[in-house]
Ligand binder design. Structure first.
Ligand code: AMP
Ligand code: GLY
Length: 438
């Protein structure tokens, strides 16, 4: 099979890396890819937003399976377009991708189908005064979300009502998020710890991959600004077997039934971003694609042929369970200094060869490209590398150490990483062991 991966980040490297392991695959392409992906796939210079350019390429090369990394092409309808031309593509249709593309749609959907999530109301610019009244009625912290896609910047957690009113003005009057902010969701703040679960589905049946935990803030101890994700580990012990059952029965199954019932069955990867609260798991957000950097820890633990699972999603033959390796995985993201704000690029990266000597370490490139001199690799984005280690399931600490030993071998001007990736997982494991012993 000829397989075509769309995107250029660490997630897409992990997808390409796993797809490459399938005996079904004879040729792998990636658009646009990065310096690391170029080692395992032929990179094509087409942007993910150029869906007609991607279609043209896929038709020209007779691609057998296309896999979409980022959300934008999915919410723009790339799946509908490819399918209309008889091409197999893994992912949800445009109307199903609204679970991520429109928070107003997602919240209304969850309310209608009794799927646990934060209490909320949504407002348009015409309903500004109602929005102000609502803000004055509910307790702080208050969460404000631009309804549409806002490149991960559309969520504000406001500690005071004044701050919430200010953000409201920015969204509805000043339109800082453009179209994406013409409707705003105002919701209750959920207390708990977050976890990410991916379901691969054909619209009816689904399998869940191992639960992971992301680290969204830029600084240690979850301080500082929100980012795309500074690291992840899996399995996340906070998602106990009992919790996982609830996620499957109270969230994923009713989501798929509801979407089918509404006439837009959801196929592809459904990412549920969860808050594990005292009263059970609640949905913080849906995403219509794999998570980054969670994919970099979830796929190395998947003991299945990913291509077969993707074909089952497309063909409507999804099974109910997957085999997972009895191991743990930890991914530490090395970012450019300044990220998630402005940062410089083009910095030569040193030590990559030294870092991969350990067979249990994989370096998933994210924002990298080839430099001017032979063999040189330079930074080209905010999140530069995802250094991933695999280790024993029962010894997460050892896996964390392995990841950081590799991280320390890599340098570039301004390199920054969090030093506490996985720490919460270790604390959970200790807590769970203590309750078991009691
Ligand atoms: P989202 O883009 O909806 O995932 O929101 C970004 C981040 O904001 C989430 O990963 C959470 O850390 C936080 N967040 C979003 N909604 C809530 C909420 N209702 N309560 C607490 N934290 C939230
Ligand atoms: N890691 C968060 C996301 O992929 O949206």
């Amino acid at each position: 099979m000829k397989v075509f991966v769309i995107g250029s980040g660490g997630r897409e490297y992990a997808l390409a890396w796993k797809i490459r392991q399938s005996p079904l695959v004879t040729k792998l392409y990636c658009a646009p890819g990065n310096a690391g992906i170029a080692d395992i796939a032929e990179c094509i210079d087409i942007k993910p937003a150029d869906i007609s350019g991607l279609l043209k390429f896929a038709r020209q090369e007779s691609i057998d399976l296309t896999v979409v990394g980022p959300e934008q092409p999915l919410t723009d309808g790339i799946v509908n377009l490819f399918e209309a031309h008889g091409l197999k593509i893994f992912g949800p249709s445009k109307s199903a991708a609204r679970l991520e593309g429109s928070k107003v749609f997602a919240k209304r959907f969850m309310k209608n189908y009794g799927i646990p999530t934060a209490e909320y109301q949504s407002f348009t610019a015409e309903e500004r005064f109602d929005a102000e009244r609502f803000i004055n009625e509910i307790p702080v912290p208050i969460v404000l979300k631009a309804s549409g896609l806002a490149a991960g910047k559309g969520v504000s957690i406001c500690e005071t009502k004044e701050q919430a009113l200010e953000i409201l003005t920015m969204m509805l009057d000043e339109k800082v998020f453009g179209e994406a902010g013409t409707s705003v969701v105002i919701e209750e703040f959920l207390v708990g710890e977050e976890a990410s679960v991916f379901a691969l589905t054909d619209g009816k049946e689904f399998v869940t991959l191992v639960p992971a935990q992301d680290h969204k803030r830029i600084l240690d101890d979850d301080k500082g600004k929100n980012t795309g994700g500074m690291g992840a580990y899996a399995p996340a012990p906070i998602v106990t077997d009992e919790m996982f059952k609830k996620v499957r029965h109270q969230i994923i199954a009713p989501t798929l039934r509801g979407m089918a019932n509404e006439g837009h069955p959801y196929k592809g990867c459904l990412y549920v971003g969860l808050m594990i609260t005292e009263t059970g798991p609640k949905v913080v957000e849906y995403n219509c694609r794999f998570g980054d950097p969670e994919t970099q820890v979830v796929l190395p633990l998947l003991d299945e042929d990913l291509v077969e699972l993707m074909l089952a999603s497309i063909d409507g033959t999804m099974k109910q369970n997957v085999h997972v390796k009895p191991q743990s995985a930890v991914c530490v993201v090395i970012a450019s200094g300044g990220y998630p704000d402005a940062y410089e690029t083009g910095k030569p990266i040193f030590g990559l060869e030294n870092a991969v000597h350990d067979k249990d370490v994989v370096i998933f490139h994210a924002g990298t490209k080839h430099g001017h001199t032979k063999g040189e690799i330079v930074t080209a984005g905010g999140r530069v590398l995802g250094v991933t280690a695999i280790g024993s399931k029962d010894n997460l600490e050892e896996t964390i150490d392995r990841a950081y030993r590799a991280v320390e071998k890599i340098t570039f001007d301004g390199a920054y990483y969090r030093s506490d990736i996985g720490k919460k997982g270790v604390a959970w494991m200790k807590r769970l062991q203590m309750t078991e012993h009691r």
